[in-house]
Design a protein around this ligand. Structure first.
Ligand SMILES: *[C@@H]1O[C@H](CO)[C@@H](O)[C@H](O)[C@H]1NC(C)=O
Ligand SMILES: *[C@@H]1O[C@H](CO)[C@@H](O)[C@H](O)[C@H]1NC(C)=O
Length: 190
């Protein structure tokens, strides 16, 4: 390979590496951000739009992380738990919150159903299995979500009868994958 080609190859590798890094750094973000101009993605989940308003890996947040999520009619989160606090504010639409307390038994069991609606707010207790579902077949449901202790470590259940110990850890979570660097050696079992 000639020297010019080698230099070209090395400099393009360097460029792509720095472009990659700047996407995940707190530098370069304006203090006031226009939400309409922030990246949004469904991260592989049909009907979801997820926008990181203030992220741990993305923006250097230490204590909390804030998301704006929109669920198309019929779409929902998986049944899951995480060992952080989570606060929801429903901005638009309506749906159901399914919540099972982890304090009894080896699996979540039948969840309680709570109707949620525009201008409602709720807190998910630490480690309680839950699911948020847009049950309205006409309208999108939009929620503002605040979680503590980011980046979030999510344990996913296939159903409400799956033992807590069998729930599958997804870490880094889908939206944290692009900015996650360290090896995923996390112990966060119940
Ligand atoms: C925010 O971004 C949207 C989409 O680019 C744009 O239409 C709107 O004018 C922006 N708002 C302000 C105040 O700049
Ligand atoms: C939400 O509730 C607050 C407190 O009652 C009220 O001021 C506000 O207008 C409500 N917003 C909507 C969109 O209903």
């Amino acid at each position: 390979m000639c020297v010019v080609a080698l230099i070209f190859l090395l400099s393009s590798l360097y460029l792509s590496a720095t472009t990659e890094a700047s996407k995940c750094s707190i530098d370069g973000f304006p203090l006031v951000k226009n939400i309409s101009e922030l990246p949004q993605d469904n991260y592989g989940r049909a009907g979801l739009s997820h926008i990181i308003l203030a992220g741990s890996l993305l923006h250097g947040m230490k204590e909390i992380e804030v998301w704006l999520q929109t669920f198309a009619p019929g779409s929902r989160t998986p049944i899951h738990r995480h060992s952080c606090e989570e606060v929801f504010v429903v901005l638009k639409g309506s749906g159901n919150l399914y919540l099972a307390s982890n304090s009894h038994g080896k699996y979540p069991g039948s969840p309680q159903v709570f109707p949620i609606f525009a201008n409602s707010t709720f807190v998910i207790p630490v480690n309680d299995a839950h699911q948020v579902w847009n049950t309205n077949d006409q309208e999108d449901m939009q929620v503002l979500v605040v979680v503590s202790r980011p980046p979030v470590k999510v344990f996913v259940y296939e159903d409400w009868l799956m033992p807590h110990t069998a729930a599958k850890l997804k870490f880094p979570y889908y939206w944290d994958e692009p900015c996650f660097e360290a090896p995923a050696t996390v112990r966060d079992e119940l």
